[in-house]
Design a protein around this ligand. Sequence first.
Ligand SMILES: NC(=O)c1ccc[n+]([C@@H]2O[C@H](COP(=O)([O-])OP(=O)(O)OC[C@H]3O[C@@H](n4cnc5c(N)ncnc54)[C@H](O)[C@@H]3O)[C@@H](O)[C@H]2O)c1
Ligand SMILES: O=C(O)C[C@H](O)C(=O)O
Ligand SMILES: [Mg+2]
Length: 628
Amino acid sequence: MSNFYLQARLSSNLIMKGLHYKSLRSFTTMECHRPTILNKKGIDILHSPWFNKGTAFSMTERDRLEVRGLLPPNIMTEQQQIDRFIYITITEADLKKLETNVSNGHSDTLALAKWRILNRLHDRNETMYYKILIGEIEEYAPIVYTPTVGLVCQKYSGLFRRPRGMYFSAADRGEMMSMVYNWPADQVDMIVVTDGSRILGLGDLGVQGIGISIGKLDLYVAAAGINPQRVLPVMIDVGTNNEALLKDPLCKYISLFQDLGLQQHRLEGEEYLSIIDEFMEAVFLRWPHVIVQFEDFQTKWASTLLQRYRNTYRMFNDDVQGTAGVAVAGLLGAVRAQEKMMIDFPKQNIVVAGAGSAGVGVLRAARRTMARMLGDSQAAYESARSQFWVLDANGLITEERTDIDHDVKPFARNTLDIKRRGLREGASLVEVSLAIKYRLSYCNQVQEVKPDVLLGLSAVGGLFSKEVLEAFKGSTSTRPAIFAMSNPTKNAECTPEEAFSIVGKNIIFASGSPFKNVDLGNGEIGYCNQGNNMYLFPGIGLGTLLSGARIISDGMLQAAAEWIRDITKVVAAAVIQEAIEEDLAEGYREMTTRELQRLNKEEILLHVENNMWKPDYPKLIYKDELSI
Ligand SMILES: NC(=O)c1ccc[n+]([C@@H]2O[C@H](COP(=O)([O-])OP(=O)(O)OC[C@H]3O[C@@H](n4cnc5c(N)ncnc54)[C@H](O)[C@@H]3O)[C@@H](O)[C@H]2O)c1
Ligand SMILES: O=C(O)C[C@H](O)C(=O)O
Ligand SMILES: [Mg+2]
């Protein structure tokens, strides 16, 4: 079982373990023991996915909450409900037919059918939905998250039945401060916001991008134990440049497939920024302690918005910062797998295909990690820079480039150096993968070196073609690493089968979307690791939330990356610890700054455990009952 799935399962088990630490428990109320106070009764409860327990309402609760007679009389246990859902709804339904018709057990139609069934449950009973998601996370994460979520976003306008989350559009300018009060929850801990401009590797999907915010927040609940009543998916609709989603004036009366978003091109420049500014002010006005995760903003805005807000608001960009943490952890893991010392990391030759928000985030973090290992001086940063070979759609990036992006500039190869190595501006991936020759200064001989790592964040499916993989073969590394990190599945730079069969059995392979391990024959298995920011963002969010840190610092992100091999709880605890050390922690709920500062490591872990939501039906109390 991979770490992520383990992490989701443990998130619920750990809460139980927390019960044993009786003496430490007194400092915080366990999240799962809080009763839920309602201001509704009767049928309204059954229609509310937050509070509905369906057939599991006990008879006393049915009486107290005035739902007696509104449900069939047989009271079911939670487990009976789950069994019923899994065996009757999922197994018995048409899915069975679909499954047998699909040779490898997976097809878009099947995945979408499963998503629809889960989504309907999400709409009527959230507790049960998350119980099933956590219990069967390995099976259902690829449905509610990558890769199926990509397909869901592409079809969202057609799939839309009930609203989930909030929409702020360019038409809402000046209204957002009051609109935020339309959301029914007084406390929101986590917002995931997108403008739909770069959904996975699928491009501009406009308003349909809300699906990605929903999918990410599902993982916050499943893996980080964030209470589902305190998460808010958001879509900021500033229009779309995807012509297929814009109204065709000739077809406006045949609007069956009409997109649900604003029918205009994307706002740009100051107009765009003013919308995002207004949104940020509005959500932090109503929920001053919320954390905002920016997701799938096109590169041109991702880093601008990060720089604009990161020192003022509790926010981070998952594609830039979360991906960087996961990739650096993977790169360090590759060094370990080569049975080298960590200090050898700054000697790795790393080829990165893709210089967008994700690629640049990885490059900066990997360079920073190398430089720290080399002494953190200016010279260390310079030296680290020469380990990277960055290509974009126009090939190898060198100082000869004229239209080079500010963030990419530090990674442009020196022209002279490139010539000495027999390469050139715009060299192809095959050329770069073939050899990064260098001249030995003491004898003036040319030495052939092949890259140690081939890392793709290009959104171009199949970019690591047979020719590229052939060229990379025979890498000077004992365990060359191939990270095909683009999403969803069809955008992966190569499949694990291609990588293992062409480059060899000893490679280390990771992909952004899940792939099955490869049977290499003779009982050997080629492991396909998942290199996806889903390993990091739940822990970053939970740690920031519970520390009450004012902002999310580089140090907190670094701490998260260093703990990625462990579970979210540990990632969150590392983030809290760092926030305390940087004097950023301001506390959360009953836990004040001072109390936080006094906690030892074990107590911080317990604080995290106690604050993780667990998918058990809470005791429901109608608010008037409190005064009785
Ligand atoms: N695995 C993860 O956790 C993770 C995280 C973030 C993003 N991603 C994926 O990374 C991909 C890129 O995201 P982004 O925001 O950086 O997108 P982007 O569109 O901003 O960047 C894509 C980059 O790839 C370059 N590119 C295009 N064709 C190329 C080619 N033939 N050779 C080399 N480079 C080429 C482009 O010039 C650009 O620099 C997406 O598919 C996204 O799903 C994965
Ligand atoms: O959403 C994912 O699966 C990872 C990442 O955030 C992406 O944009 O591809
Ligand atoms: Mg993303």
